[in-house]
Write a protein that binds this ligand. Sequence first.
Ligand SMILES: [Zn+2]
Length: 251
Amino acid sequence: MQHRSAFYLVAAVGVVLAAIGVSFRQGWVPPRLSPLPALDMSVAQPWFIDWRLAELRRDPALCSRVLKSPHISATPIIDSPLQDGCGWINGVRVELLGQVRIKFDKLTCESAAALAMWVEHEVQPAAQRIFGQPVTSIQHFGSYACRDIAGRASAYARRSEHASANAVDISGVTLADGRQITVVKGWNDAGLFARNDIGATARKEASDAAQFLRAIHQGACRYFRVALSPAFNAAHRNHFHLDRGPLQRCR
Ligand SMILES: [Zn+2]
């Protein structure tokens, strides 16, 4: 009998803890009730980064406090509540991430914060380490698009995170010296550095680009819940898909 009541107690505590975890993860806990400090974008990988990013989801006041120069230049946009699975709340227009030029007309505050932290703490350090220079602009295929997830049979169709402006598709970067690193070429050129029919300089360039792209893709998984690369499937051969939706996938 005692065993059974101990079991129920443990199960009840487990359910309560799981409910608390889900509430933080979904951004349901109002920041004023949360014991977590507001996100400081200058700190790389702070404690509870995922929950602290999720707190930005529904709170415009917190969003304007957190999204600050010099980390990001962003301005709030008017909400467009979801209709037929498409729309956004608490979105911003993004102009600059640090010194990096990148423009998005519509991006959720939560994804904008993740993107800025990724650029500051992953992309720029990797560029300095591998190329000895910073990235000055980032190219992309957009953020908001009212559509389903690409490449699924219609019976399994489900709205993409792009339909709520909660995802970005990154296609490449430009370095300070003007050199372009694209996902479509750089990722797939990884095999080139093992070949001996091309010059040493071309081999080094292919190796550096491949190493850089793999490093920043792995780094994106620290700030985004989903970070898909060309290794995931053919639909991603030319970009990284990064989102802050409910799923968890780093591939
Ligand atoms: Zn995408």
